[in-house]
Design a protein around this ligand. Structure first.
Ligand code: AP5
Ligand code: MG
Length: 235
């Protein structure tokens, strides 16, 4: 296994890029929001971008919705261009926490190419591991803010004021794709390609595994400890 942490290129590797991987309900969005605050870099979530496109009734949203409603991955051709546009915005100039992208080996290769062109690299691929039965429970109790995308859970992570987003006060909703039959499809169809992406990054020693069954705070602490250890060259 090789480790390319020392790799730099023409851009000098200035951006801090962290990938958050995990199955539906693993806690990617929850942890990405916290890491964005801790690290001062934006949280880019492919699922949130698709939901915003659906809400805005764009052509991309209409095309993506067909797949999302079935619990399938949106095709790479639509996903890659949408996500790369977001990653090239000035707000991501210093780095980003990537939530839900890449989810196929094709997306990972596209991301690797775009980063390499600028001399940037991935700092860490954080894989939040959670068993399927826990994932199903989490998605059944999840409520999200339709304005900012913040996830809550009715038992494990409730908002301060019942039914309202802590950030902007919007009424919380349940996601269309959290219906049990769609959750089953998301787990069955999306975990195998995600594991291929983990294998892809394992080959260059960039994956850190975190026990996602722990409390939200404990998962954040573990991730921060892994990132600090990597920055120190200890992991
Ligand atoms: P997306 O929105 O990314 O959905 P997902 O991957 O299925 O993940 P979720 O957002 O459901 O879960 P999460 O890991 O963010 O968990 P959360 O933090 O909310 O994608 C939606 C769809 O878009 C896909 O199905 C696909 O169709 C399409 N798509 C998106 N990206 C794509 C791509 N790259 N390529 C192709 N298609 C793509 O937490 C879940 C719940 O658990 C919450 O209630 C939370 O409060 C709670 N919780 C979190 N952590 C803990 C903890 N440690 N303990 C207890 N409760 C916890
Ligand atoms: Mg999410």
């Amino acid at each position: 296994m090789t480790d390319d942490r020392s790799a730099t290129g023409p851009g000098g590797g200035k951006r801090r890029i962290i990938l958050l991987m995990g199955a539906a309900g693993a806690g990617k969005g929850t942890q990405a929001d916290r890491l964005a605050v801790e690290l001062g870099t934006p949280h880019l979530a492919s699922g949130n971008l698709f939901r915003a496109a659906i809400a805005a009734r764009t052509e991309l949203g209409a095309r993506a919705r067909v797949y999302m409603d079935r619990g399938e991955l949106v095709p790479d051709a639509l996903t890659i261009s949408m996500f790369m546009d977001e990653l090239s915005r000035p707000s991501a100039e210093r780095g980003a926490i990537l939530d839900g992208f890449p989810r196929t080996v094709g997306q990972a290769a596209a991301l690797d190419n775009v980063l390499a062109e600028r001399g940037d690299r991935i700092d860490a691929v954080v894989y939040i591991e959670v068993p399927d039965d826990v994932l199903v429970e989490r998605l059944a109790g999840r409520w999200v803010c339709p304005t900012c995308g913040t996830p809550y859970h009715e038992l494990t992570d409730p908002p301060a004021a019942s039914g309202r987003c802590d950030r902007d006060g919007t009424d919380l909703v349940q996601r269309d794709d959290d219906r049990p039959e769609v959750v089953r499809a998301r787990l069955e169809r999306q975990i195998p390609p995600m594991l291929e992406v983990i294998d892809h990054y394992d080959r260059s020693g960039r994956v850190v595994r975190v026990d996602g069954r722990q409390s939200i705070d404990a998962v954040t602490s573990d991730i921060m400890a892994h990132l600090a250890a990597r920055a120190d060259g200890r992991a």
